[in-house]
Write a protein that binds this ligand. Structure first.
Ligand code: A3P
Length: 271
């Protein structure tokens, strides 16, 4: 009898699928895949593979469907998903609030000008017949009036989107990852993310390395192995060279919105 009763303590609880406790809500082309890959190195983090798009596209399928998209986890593990479109979808903040008002939200932000060019670069590979960037970005030919309805530019007006989230969530429940620093200093950025998520700092400098002429940090998921994982496919694309006056006009356009965003978050991103 005694043997059996002591053994009982060692029977692990079965792993089950759980709704996420943290969501990477944006932004598209901010470095969201890199962030998720880096986070997944942490032994207590488990993530959904593809982007579930539950709160924007598949909300009618219900929470059980959503839960089924998640990996199996033990009780002390953190379930995470990323769907960058959530940040700019107006129904999403209220829906996430309804699921869990204490959920932790993460947004990777990047200079909205480079973000737009990165987004355009991705689209032109999919739809080669798309008109040149300038033609889409400006209403007139003189490159003066910015077409704010073009999604590639609208996504970068972070202050406007954030306002909708702050109607539901306090600022300290949203963590902002600096997309530029995620490339130049991934270790510090990942320390901040782990602190925010209440995780031990187990993703450290021993997990990052550079390889060959590739400008982005790559992962050494297993410190004991020589294997190096770089996000080469679909990431770190060559951007088209836009005319200086085009870039200048876009910077002018974003300036007030960026300042507003710094004010709202209390962080100067330096764009
Ligand atoms: P570019 O392809 O324009 O360089 P997302 O995953 O949200 O779509 O973001 C893609 C962007 O992540 C890439 O945009 C790249 O700049 C950035 N990124 C950040 N860290 C990276 C890394 N370690 N490896 C590759 N790309 C990274």
């Amino acid at each position: 009898g005694q043997v059996l009763s002591t053994r009982k303590h060692f029977i692990p609880k079965p792993k089950v699928k759980r709704l996420p406790q943290a969501i990477i809500i944006g932004v598209k082309k901010g470095g969201t895949r890199a962030l998720l890959e880096f986070l997944k190195v942490h032994p207590k983090v488990k993530a959904a593979g593809p982007e579930p798009h539950f709160f924007d596209n598949f909300y009618s399928r219900g929470f059980e469907w959503y839960r089924n998209q998640m990996p199996n986890t033990a009780e002390d593990e953190l379930t995470v998903e990323k769907t960058p479109r959530y940040f700019v979808s107006k129904e999403v903040p209220g829906r996430i609030y309804k699921m869990n008002k204490d959920i932790k939200l993460i947004v990777v932000v990047r200079d909205p000008v480079t973000r737009a060019i990165s987004d355009y670069t991705q689209s032109i590979l999919k739809w080669p017949k798309m008109p040149p960037f300038e033609e889409k970005a400006f209403i007139d030919n003189s490159s003066c009036v910015v077409n704010t309805t073009w999604s590639k530019l609208r996504i970068g007006v972070y202050a406007k989107h954030l306002k909708k989230w702050l109607k539901y969530f306090p600022l300290n429940q949203i963590h902002f990852v600096n997309g530029e620093k995620l490339i130049s200093n991934p270790v510090d950025e990942m320390y901040k993310v782990q602190d925010f998520l209440g995780l031990q700092r187990l993703v450290t400098d021993s997990h990052f390395t550079f390889k060959g002429s590739w400008d982005f940090p790559c992962l050494k998921k297993d410190i004991k192995s020589d294997h190096i994982h770089c996000l080469r496919r679909n990431k770190g694309r060559q951007h088209p060279n836009l005319k200086p006056e085009v870039l200048k006009r876009l910077r002018e356009f974003y300036k007030p919105f960026n300042l507003k965003f710094y004010q709202m978050t209390g962080i100067d991103f330096g764009w």
